[in-house]
Design a protein around this ligand. Structure first.
Ligand SMILES: Cc1ncc(COP(=O)(O)O)c(C=O)c1O
Length: 477
């Protein structure tokens, strides 16, 4: 397979000067007079670039990049699925996209219906009793969920005592960050030798100081916590709540649910599980679902339906944690999730889960002879392997893949496996693409170590100094 990414010496937009500049129409005196004099100015710094130059600029930049529309994008934990185009079309329909967020409920019954139905769908899929669509990302959902837990303990007069949140060492970094931002102390517990929660460590950490135990299931190693109902029981017995990080929901949707497992609070990553183009900073949406006893703490407003069938925004929740985002959440992502769920139906969603898990296990079988795959060979939606046994660095093998035009998996996460790659193929890849990926990774492991160090050479950007890139940020030009 050969691949050569387009390379342009592309200037910044501010450096492009078009001959055919945008012409500002003459202003209408009547309109000018509506603007207070002190707010008027001649110096508005309007763009001076022709449409064709702007479009060509961004098209050239896009050709120096890689995206889910080009092929497999197996970033473990990130669930980079192909995003079906019908969802984009629905999200850009004018009736939705041109709606002002401050118009009255009567004028936006369609939009409210979409939000209400999505709340219902997410409740049903997760076996939770109520859902807020407000949080704007997975991490924001975690933060909102922890604030709800905080308010719950406060309402019982226990907040002063319950200052700790327990989190396993395999957790995503946002979990401890969200817990700390909500004012809790983070207690990390080690995983057991089989990669799942160490029950003895959990029991030792639990006390009347514990506010919650926060986990994802399946965990970041792609392993299902089989003793989850036992975990729920011991957590609840200590008076703490159980929080579900739903970023891995793609692995269980339609098969089981956090509600059935005994969780009290759940966040969803709509942009992952239900296909919104994401990455590079957005957009996202992290709705939170709760059991009935926590409903009064949800952020306001929630969308409700009156007995006469009218949808309305309810700002009147007794013990609400307040507002967590402007208006009603990331509406375009909400729309895409609603469209995706409506299109697939429950059978289609279950089928997607099955395919995501099957694709992962197919890769396990293809890669298992060449790479060590710790913690057993049966995975859910993602697998973690180590390149240690090949004598090559995970980073170097990743660069080899990139050089072939194949997006590399996540590397060096989770932290409890050395020289690891975390591979999440998702359900949106063909067997042909899976084979091509496996062949390329095996071939990478057999390359001479020195030659790997110079890769990539077929991309618009070669090997970068990653430490410098992370430490010396250049945030603007
Ligand atoms: C397991 C897990 N939890 C939480 C998050 C946070 O989600 P977001 O990136 O939307 O804030 C991620 C994101 O990658 C994740 O993989």
């Amino acid at each position: 397979m050969t691949y050569h990414q387009a390379t342009y010496d592309e200037p910044l937009l501010s450096e492009i000067h078009s001959d055919n500049r945008y012409k500002v129409p003459e202003a209408d005196e009547n309109i000018i007079n509506l603007i207070p004099e002190e707010l008027r100015t001649d110096n508005v710094n309007l763009p001076v670039i022709a449409e064709y130059d702007v479009v060509r600029h961004f098209t050239r930049l896009s050709q120096m990049n890689y995206g889910v529309d080009l092929g497999i994008y197996p970033l473990g934990s990130c669930t980079m699925k192909f995003n079906p185009k019908f969802a984009d079309r629905i999200a850009s329909m004018e009736n939705f996209s041109e709606t002002h967020p401050l118009v009255g409920d009567d004028s936006i019954q369609g939009s409210l219906r979409v939000m209400y139905e999505l709340q219902v769908y997410l409740s049903e899929l997760s076996d939770m009793d109520a859902v807020t669509l407000q949080p704007l990302a997975g991490a924001h959902g975690e933060y909102t969920g922890i604030l709800i837990i905080r308010k719950y303990h406060e309402s019982k007069g226990e907040l002063e005592k319950r200052r700790e949140i327990i989190i396993p060492d395999s957790a995503h970094g946002t979990n401890p960050a969200s817990a700390a931002m909500a004012g809790f102390d983070v207690v990390e517990i080690p995983s057991s030798p089989d990669g799942t929660v160490d029950l003895d460590a959990l029991k030792a950490a639990l006390s009347d100081r514990t506010a919650a135990f926060m986990i994802t299931n399946p965990n970041t190693l792609g392993l299902f916590e089989k003793r989850i109902t036992e975990i729920a029981e011991i957590v609840h017995k200590s008076g703490a709540l159980l929080y579900y990080d739903g970023a891995n929901f793609n692995a269980i949707m339609g098969i089981t649910s956090p509600g059935l497992m005994g969780f009290d609070v759940v966040h969803f990553n709509l942009h992952k599980t239900f296909a919104t183009p994401h990455g590079g900073g957005g957009p996202g949406s992290g709705p939170v679902g709760v059991k009935k006893f926590l409903k009064e703490f949800l952020p306001i407003p929630v969308v409700e339906k009156s007995p006469d069938g009218k949808y309305f925004l309810n700002f009147d929740l007794r013990n609400t944690i307040g507002k967590v985002s402007p208006y009603y959440g990331a509406f375009s992502t909400i729309l895409r999730a609603w469209a995706y769920i409506t299109y697939h139906g429950s059978d289609g969603l279950t089928e997607n889960t099955v395919r995501a898990v099957l694709n992962t296990n197919y890769l396990v079988s293809r890669l298992g002879n060449d790479f060590k795959i710790p913690f057993g060979k049966l995975k859910k939606h993602e697998l973690v392997l180590t390149t240690e046994n090949t004598g090559k660095r995970a980073l170097d093998l990743a660069k080899y893949l990139i050089d072939l035009g194949i997006h590399a998996p996540t590397v060096y996460f989770p932290l409890n496996v050395h020289e690891d790659m975390m591979i999440e193929p998702t359900e949106t890849v063909s067997k042909r693409d899976l084979d091509q990926f496996a062949d390329a990774l095996i071939s990478a492991s057999r390359q001479d170590e020195e030659s790997l160090k110079h890769l990539p050479v077929n991309l618009s950007v070669g090997r970068i100094d990653e430490v410098k890139a992370a430490r010396q940020l250049k945030l603007h030009w």
